[in-house]
Structure formats: C-alpha cells, structure tokens
Design a protein around this ligand. Structure first.
Ligand SMILES: [Zn+2]
Length: 407
C-alpha cells in the first residue's frame, strides 16, 4: 500500500506536519468535464472524443453523456490519474513565499483514486491557501469536493482520522509522540459481519470447505493490513473466528459433547492448542489460519520510476517478486515456494503475478508416491502447469527434466 507508506513518511517524525486535510472528490465518474478533458489530456482528440461520447446501453436504449463517463468505460482510471496527479503541483504553486518558505509549510499530497490527503504545519495554511486552490482546480474540471467526507484534523486529536481503511493518529508516550497506523474499527467490524454471514451460508457444510473459504477471507483481509500495526486487530479477529467455529460445530453436531468435538477437530500444533484442522482425501492436513501468527512488516514504498522504461524493468521485476513473497496465502506452502523460486515460474521464466492463476506441481507425481513436501513441489502458472502435465513433445519433456520440473 504505497499511499499509506507515503503518509507514514510525511507524518511520523517529531517535527512532521500536524494538520491534515482529508478530501474526497464528489462523483468524479459522473461529473468530470468533457470540454476540459478534450482541451487538456494528451491523448489523440478524436479517439478521446469517441471514448467520452460513445454512450452505453441501458434497458435497450443508448444513453449519451455530456459529462462524466459511461458505465464500464475502460479509460476512466487512466484519465482520472492524469487529471488528479496535477493537483499536487497546483497546491504547491498556490502556496505563498519562495521555495524555502514553501518547504517549511510541510505540505505533502497523498492520493488514492478519488480520495486524497494534504498535510500542513498550520491549520490556517489549509483554510487560506490549500482549500481555495483545490476548489478552483476541481471546478475548472467540472468537479467539487464531497463536503460530508471532507475535513481538517489534528494528528493527535481523539480518534485520529481514517483513510483508505486505516486509522492514523499520534499517541503520547513517555519519550514523546508516536504515529500509529492500524486497521480502522469499521473495517474490523465489517470483516466480522462478512465472516458471520459466511458461516451462516455454510451451515452444515463439510469442515474442509469451511476452512478453505474462511482462510481465503482472512488472508485477503490480512494482506491489506500486514504492513501496519495490526497485531491487536489480528488477535481480535482470531478470537472472533474461534467463537464462530465453535458455534458452527455445536450446531452441526448437537449430540457430540465439547470433549468429543475437541478431539475430533482440534489439534495441538507448533506449541498451540486448539488448532482447527481436517484431513483431505489425499491425507493432507488443512488448517484454519491464525492471523496472529502473521509477521507484521512495514511496507517499503516503490521508487517513483517509470514502469515502461527498459532500464527500470529489473527494479520492478524484483520489487513485484518481493511483494509477492511478502504476501500471505491461504495455502502456506505457496509462500515458501515463492521464496525458493525467487517468484519465478520455472517453465516460462516469467514472474508469477497476481493477474494469472497458479498451481502447485508435484515433481514426482502423487500416484507414484511423490510427497506433499516442499522439496517435491513447484509453483507454476496454471497454463504452464497444464503444458507440463499434457505435453508429449520429447524436446519439451527433455527441457522439463533438465530443469528438474519432472523426474
Ligand atoms: Zn509460467
């Protein structure tokens, strides 16, 4: 989460900015001005015009627009980025004084989609200079701020402030103040509600199915928050899930007592009691993940380099591979395999990215006694895996053998 990494950099020091303008742009999708886009966006005018005015089908009729984007318009994210990236410069230009004076105002701009933050050393800075610049900038583009979601906060004020699902606040400690970024309360409650509903929908389902489904939900949520102070939140989630699991088991097996249920479904593992796990048909043990076991690591922000220049390919390749290795997966073997393979698919030598599906491949097949052991496993793109399992081409088979993909 680069936006949160930048915020940490801008706010965490002793003499960092104390005031934050939290802004959200109102209905950017529906309201953005076509005239402004056509006059200012460096894209072929004719093509842009067609994109903007082609309209969309709604109940059998073509709806044409004079402002904003049609539903499903593919250039929307690109155009919004081009439009809003220049807000940062506009704010800087709008500040009074010379370069040194401007730097001392501690003005930083962090944006994600239509939400953004501007920091400043003084509240008056925000009211007298920053807000007028933002309003002027937006109105020229047919846009306005969402007044309900826009506010000015002081970094240590009660409750801090929320941004992109995170709560951000400076807390007083003996040695001074410390900036803490953690999952916001509403996001934890929202996760609880999703988990509760999932258990309700899966009433009476096999335990294996439950564990897989709940692991996916937990891991997706945890990957979003594992770069900040989440230890406490993660424990809270674990306790809540534990309670849901018990309620589920008691309902599904009304005749079994607590002791029998414990013996049937919970194991001692790695120094932990009460590990909810079941065996698959092939004898593999599938365990319900505990978020409190996930290592919290601060996210390292990307350098501001152009992704499309060949000289930067290596940097991004390594950065993406590292980010993938740092993620958690509902199948815990994946992370170990990614580290072993440096994030590369051994068949095509390309990165294993999140846009494609992956599969775990057994070097010695299971039916020939191959084990579910990391040493016998490789993670491959689904397409590449399919090639390994189906090809009869002797040349390819020889290459796979040489690379250690098959025996
Ligand atoms: Zn591949």
């Amino acid at each position: 989460m680069d936006a949160i990494g930048y915020l940490f950099t801008a706010l965490s020091q002793k003499n960092s900015a104390r005031f934050i303008f939290v802004g959200e742009i109102s209905k950017i999708f529906n309201k953005i001005s076509h005239k402004w886009l056509l006059e200012n966006i460096p894209i072929n005018k004719k093509i842009l015009m067609e994109w903007l005015t082609c309209g969309h089908l709604f109940k059998g009729k073509i709806i044409k627009l004079n402002e904003g984007f049609s539903n499903g318009n593919r250039i929307y994210p690109l155009v919004v980025n081009i439009v809003l990236n220049s807000l940062s410069q506009a704010i800087k230009d709008g500040l009074p004084g010379n370069k040194t004076a401007k730097r001392e105002m501690k003005v930083n701009y962090v944006r994600f989609a239509d939400k953004f933050i501007v920091t400043a050393g003084k509240k008056e800075m925000i009211i007298n200079f920053i807000i007028p610049v933002i309003n002027k900038f937006l109105s020229e583009r047919g846009l306005t701020l969402n007044n309900y979601k826009t506010k000015i906060v002081e970094i240590s004020q009660k409750g801090g402030f929320n941004f992109l699902g995170f709560n951000i606040k400076k807390y007083k400690r003996l040695k001074g103040e410390v900036l803490i970024i953690k999952p916001m309360r509403e996001s934890i409650l929202n996760l609880f509600s999703i988990l509760r509903k999932s258990f309700k929908q899966m009433k009476g389902y096999p335990e294996l199915f439950i564990i897989k489904k709940i692991n996916n939900i937990l891991i997706e949520w945890a990957n979003y928050y594992k770069g900040v102070v989440s230890k406490k939140a993660f424990s809270k989630v674990d306790n809540y899930v534990f309670w849901l699991v018990w309620r589920f088991l008691l309902k599904k097996y009304p005749t079994l007592g607590l002791r029998e249920l414990r013996k049937k479904f919970f194991k001692k593992k790695g120094g932990k009691n009460w590990v909810f796990s079941v065996l698959t048909n092939t004898g593999m043990e599938i365990t319900l993940r505990r978020l409190s076991e996930i290592t919290i690591k601060r996210h390292i922000i990307c350098q501001p380099l152009n992704l499309y220049l060949p000289e930067n390919f290596k940097y991004f390749r390594e950065k993406i591979a590292k980010n993938l290795r740092d993620l958690e997966y509902s199948d815990p073997r994946i992370q170990k395999l990614l580290i072993k393979q440096k994030g590369i698919c051994l068949v095509c030598n390309e990165l294993l990215n999140l846009q494609e599906k992956w599969e775990v491949h057994h070097v010695k097949p299971k039916k020939l006694g191959g084990k579910n052991d990391i040493k016998n496993l490789i993670v491959l793109h689904q397409m590449c895996h399919s090639q390994v399992t189906h090809t009869k081409d002797p040349k390819l088979l020889a290459i796979f053998k040489k690379k250690g993909i098959i025996k």
